[in-house]
Design a protein around this ligand. Sequence first.
Ligand SMILES: [Zn+2]
Length: 231
Amino acid sequence: MLDEFQATGRVRTHVVQHDVPRFAAHPDTAAAFLRLRAAAARDGIVLEPYSSFRGYAAQSRIWERKFRGHAPLYDIEGRVRDRAGMSEDEVIWHILDWSALPGASRHQWGSEIDVVDAAVMPPGYKPQLLPAEVADGGLFAPLHRWLDAHIHEHGFFRPYARYQGGMFAEPWHLSYAPVSMRAIDDLSLDVLRRCTEASDIPGKARVLELLPEILERHVRNIVPPPPGCAW
Ligand SMILES: [Zn+2]
């Protein structure tokens, strides 16, 4: 059970820092991820955490840069959207296509890790975490076929396996079910509302009005763990 500051990523008392590879996660997630990584290594994959625990402040910076136009908004194919004439509501929903509302990100729970395969990256390669990389012929396509076959036996699943009206598909985003399937219940509407009211994110007034819909469409609307994924 996460308290409301843990569930919204405003503290990191529920995560541990791991050094090699470098990532931060709930202790149970960290242990399971290292087992998954060891299994991947036996098949020639260097399973690298690209992003793991991300606290409220970091999520706020992402939100602010996208809201103010300092970072691009992408469409479902990963193409940059034209912002000309976009209403505030459109900006908010288009940010939410790819990025969570601060306070509502699964990365705040310590249960989520975005992964890449360091074994196939050319020197200096910067992962995009966009669809082309994981599609057939993409750099990380073989990694994803391996993940398809093996994550569930280690307790991981893909909450954004496919687009179903909330977040766009993010197959690289793995979730450790024993931690996240409990955390999702800790992030209630009241908890998220108190967190947002205490914030100064741009668009706050409209976000507060949209909060119940954001919670339903972007937090609760996940692809659940399959039967073979124990939690
Ligand atoms: Zn992610």
